[in-house]
Structure formats: C-alpha cells, structure tokens
Design a protein around this ligand. Structure first.
Ligand SMILES: [Zn+2]
Length: 453
C-alpha cells in the first residue's frame, strides 16, 4: 500500500513537507520552513512522527520553504539519509547557514528565546546525513520495502529536481517546484512523459494569467529599456533579487541584452549572499542542464562587479545597476538599505522581478503612489517615494496552462495538488477536471492520510 499525507499546516505555499508510505517504509519529501511564520509554527506538522520513524528523506531543491526545517527533522531522525542532487546540497548548506544567522538576529530583535531553531553546528551535522544523487539514475531509498527513486531536473533553479518513486509496480511522481520553459541559465524541466500512476504537482501560479504574447526575452527588453532610461537621466537602478537563482538569472539575462545592444554595457553590482550563491552556480556550471555551459559568472570580464570585502555595502552612484538581496527588501538586508537611499530621487529606478508578498517592504514600495511616504525599516524614518517603480515577470514557476498540459500528457490515475494558495489550487483543480476528467484530483487536507496505491 502507498499513502500520501501533507504535513503542511494549511493549504498554502508555506512549510512544504509530505510523508509517503510505501508499505512499512516512511519517506519524507521536502522539509520546509514557512517564510512568514515564526518559531515552531513555521515548521511542518511533525507531531505525528515518532523519534527515528522515518526511513529516508528526499529534497527537491534548496529553497528554504522546502529545506529550511531539515536540521530539525534530522535531529528527530538522526540515522535517516536525505537524498538530493549535488548542486542542491551545496546551495542548501549555504541557505541553512544564512538562516541560522537570520534567526540569531531575530532572537535579539523579537526577543524570541526559541531562536535559533537550530545551530551552525547542527547544520554541519545535518549535512553529514545528505547523500547526493545524479539525475536520471534510479537509486534505492529503503532496502527492506524496495522503493526506488529517480531525480528528473525540474527547471526552477540550479539543482532542482522532481522525484519519481517506484514501488511494487506502481509509480508516484512529485514535481517539486517546476518550470517547463527555459530560463536564461537553467533549462526547462525534463520530466517523465508517461508511465506515472500518481502525480503530485505544484500549482503556485494556478490563479494568475499570463499575457499570451509573453516571452522572457521580450520582458527582458522591457527591463533593459527601463534601466537605460533611468541611467540616461542620471539615475541609479536597483533590482531586489533573491540571492539564489534570481540573482544569477537576472544578471545573465541583462548580460545577453547588453550583448544584443538593448542596453549599454556595464558590470552589474551584486552583493551579500548573492555573491556566495553565484560562486555555487559557477561551481556547477558544467554539471547541470543549463545554457552558457561552463561560463563562470564571477570571472567573466564586464559581467559582475563584486564587493572587495565580504559583506561590504556597495556605494550607490548615478549610472550603477544593483542586484541585491533580499528579493522582497526585508529589513536588515542590502536591498532594503539601498532602497532607502534610492527611493526619494525621481531619477532612480526600482525594478521588481519576482514575487512580492503583500506584507513585505517591497510590496509597500510597489503600492505607493509618487509622493507617498514609505516605511522600509521601522528603525528609520519613512521616505517619500519619488523614484520610478516598475514590475516585471520572470517567474521560475510554470504558468497554470503548462501544469495542466503536463497532467493532460501523463493522464495519471490520481493527481495531487500541492504548493498553492486556495484560489490557485481551486482554479487548477477546475481546469484539470474539465480537460482531464479521467484523473481523480486530490486537494490534500493537512495531516490527512490518502491511500494512493
Ligand atoms: Zn522553489
């Protein structure tokens, strides 16, 4: 028997974690930390799991909403191997170490005695339990119950992979976060094209519509034009980006646009955690399906301007373009600090290229009309927004049409919808029901065990 249980605390994009049971074998799929909750509430609901009861875990990719609780899960399951791709292991290690620093800062600031939820030492200990596996090659997860797993690159970010589980002649495929289209660096997903009985699929963008004429390149041209206009009037441009993925993708896209003469040639200033993450992207430049194979971003002349000292804050000046994390301009980050410097001058540009949570400082910038005072950090006075603010769409997630196309191609017996807020899940469910009526769609209630085989 095979069963599926969502350990997320709600139907939402939060702390992604799922339990698959293959006979007596218990396999955890992802162990994320909720980006908006604090303390134990940010962890998946692990209450029903006894100490040491997991046989193995599989991590789809490094983003903290999939990996951020791993040290806690591994503390409770000290001998459990955690399987992931090699780039994911490198990126996850760096993100978890940064997460400890963030929690340590919150301990002071929010007066939270429970922080950090794990230490640097525990991250190092966790990493000892990680086992890297190549994509495309089946490997055994749990010997006694004969469960095999195969990773399939899922687009999205470096190292991201869906996981195909096979047990007793039945197959379950978990997509993780997926993008079917090529990005500038990372190639689109190469997923199984058949033979899947149960599909567990994300639906992040289930409720958003994309312009049918959208192309990544055309969106890039729009971004290049906005930067060019800003620089021509003597301004400074800031693109708040997630350190991992968005920094590297945006930098390479702008580099291509420069080569195509859509904007002037100039090096892009990257700072903070983005520098370390770029180093990891470079390290795997030939070991993952990607464009610009072998290209070392940090060593390519004229591509990036990196800080001379670790953690150094880059000085804003007219004519410069900054790609700084965090992606949502959270307090105490370089993009927040730079944003405060640039906000009040109409010559400057803040360009958004990713998701802005409605409660984030970035959303306050986007929502402000010219002249509105915006508080980016409660420790500093609000600044009147005079700079130009423009939004761009460079999502690393597949639009709904492509998700449903994939369901239609596979025609699985069961389709389980995860990683979506309720409107996204509902709209994806309705579209699958209309287009692929033979698959039975499951929207898993948190904590409920579903028999899927
Ligand atoms: Zn992700």
């Amino acid at each position: 028997m095979i069963t599926f249980t969502s350990l997320a605390r709600a139907t939402e994009i939060g702390a992604n974690s799922y339990l698959l049971r293959f006979g007596a074998a218990r396999v955890l799929v992802d162990g994320g930390m909720h980006p908006k909750r604090e303390g134990a509430e940010a962890l998946p609901d692990l209450g029903g799991l006894d100490f040491g009861s997991l046989d193995a875990a599989v991590l789809s990719h490094a983003h903290l909403d999939h990996s951020g609780a791993l040290p806690v899960v591994q503390r409770q399951n000290p001998t459990m191997p955690v399987f992931m791709t090699e780039p994911t292991a490198a990126l996850t290690g760096a993100l978890l170490r940064n997460s400890v620093n963030v929690m340590e800062a919150k301990r002071e600031e929010l007066g939270r005695d429970d922080y950090p939820l794990f230490s640097h030492r525990e991250v190092a200990l966790s990493a000892k339990g990680w086992a890297a596996r190549r994509a495309g090659r089946p490997f055994p997860l749990a010997d006694a119950e004969e469960v095999d797993c195969t990773f399939h690159p899922s687009g999205h970010v470096l190292g991201a992979a869906g996981a195909l589980f096979e047990h007793g002649g039945r197959s379950v495929f978990y997509t993780g976060d997926v993008h079917f289209e090529d990005q500038t660096l990372v190639r689109g997903a190469s997923f199984p094209d058949g033979g899947v009985d149960v599909l567990v699929i994300e639906c992040t963008r289930g409720d958003s519509d994309r312009d049918p004429d959208y192309t990544r390149w055309r969106e890039g041209e729009r971004l290049a034009a906005a930067i060019e206009t800003c620089l021509s009037r003597g301004g400074t441009a800031l693109i708040p980006v997630f350190a991992m993925g968005k920094t590297q993708e945006t930098a390479m896209l702008l580099h291509e646009l420069q080569k195509a003469r859509r904007m002037r040639r100039l090096p892009l200033h990257v700072g903070g955690l983005g520098v370390k993450m770029t180093g990891i992207y470079d390290r795997f430049a030939t070991r993952w399906p990607r464009h610009h194979r072998g290209l070392q971003m940090a060593r390519t002349k004229g591509l990036l301007e990196l800080p001379r000292k670790r953690g150094e804050f880059p000085e804003p000046a007219p004519g410069k373009v900054f790609l700084l994390s965090s992606g949502m301009m959270s307090e105490h980050t370089m993009s927040n600090r730079m944003g405060r410097r640039l906000l009040g001058d109409p010559r400057n540009l803040i360009a958004t290229v990713g998701y802005a949570d409605p409660a984030s400082p970035l959303a306050r910038v986007v929502d402000a009309a010219p002249g509105d005072r915006v508080e980016l950090d409660p420790r500093h006075d609000p600044v009147a927004r005079e700079c130009e603010v423009v939004r761009f769409d460079f999502s690393g997630h597949a639009p709904r049409e492509h998700l449903v196309d994939y369901v239609e191609q596979l025609r699985p017996e069961i389709t389980v919808l995860v990683h979506g807020d309720p409107p996204a899940v509902e709209r994806t469910r309705a579209e699958i029901a209309a287009r692929v009526p033979e698959t039975s769609v499951v929207v898993p209630a948190p904590g409920k065990e579903y028999e899927i085989g």
